[in-house]
Ligand binder design. Sequence first.
Ligand SMILES: Cc1ncc(COP(=O)(O)O)c(C=O)c1O
Length: 300
Amino acid sequence: MQPTKLIWMNGKLTDWQQANVHVLTHALHYGSGAFEGIRVYKTPDGPAVFRLKEHIERLYYSSSVLSLNIPFKKEELCKGVVDLLRENGLEQGYIRPLAFFGYGVMGLNPRGGETNVIIACWPWGAYLPHDSINIKISKYIRIHPQSTVADAKLCGHYVNSIMAALEVRGTQYHEALFLDYKGEVAEGPGENFFMIKGNELITPPLGAILAGITRDTVMQIAQASGYKVTERPIKAEEIYTADEAFFTGTAAEVTPIGSINDKPLGAGGVGPISGKIKQAYLDVVYGKNPEYKHMLTYVS
Ligand SMILES: Cc1ncc(COP(=O)(O)O)c(C=O)c1O
């Protein structure tokens, strides 16, 4: 990670090195925090944050699941992001807001502990830096929707994702794919999943997966481009006969999938529709499509 100068910490721009917490921070022990991943892009009209409002909304939703009351208004956090980017002079990269229970209480009930909010940002290129990726169905399943509130972006949930990421580390696979407890396709460790059959894009329904903001953007772009978009359960066997597939995510953007469990999809590599959707997505985030400019928050 390449540090920047400042971190927004509980409302104050703080030196990167001084933005520290106590080792008895509740979230460090139990994962009692909620976070976001947002990107800022260098557009022809200056740096712009992609779908800032929706990310901050989701941070509040995730925090509410933990009874973590963020002691700031949503507008203050949006302004915090913009101020931080401006002061750090970061034109393109990644933004990480995090709300968490801090120091003061131990034990599983976090109520009464201090609540902290930080926003950091740093330069970050492609998360999966390949034209297309080879993926493997994980031996782990996506967290069960009755074990937690699975669509909240909570720190503790990410141990599930870390296990899947470790599973493919050092193998020929670039990323894992989670099935759910029913054996249906869920999502990647940090990405939503789409498969393509003919002219139709199919993606698992909301409920047990993260309601991805990139997923939503891609659905809008695909529909506007004349593709049929369907949200429905996908059986694991079905994906091998897909023409194409791709992952979506703030970090992963649109990443075409060339093969699953060593079985190439279609002709393998980047499928023609996936390639078009990826380009259309990049045009939107880089401010090149006027129809979607409302999704951008300009920094200056
Ligand atoms: C588990 C999981 N699924 C999907 C996504 C994609 O969500 P988004 O497009 O909002 O970044 C992410 C990334 O935040 C994630 O962590």
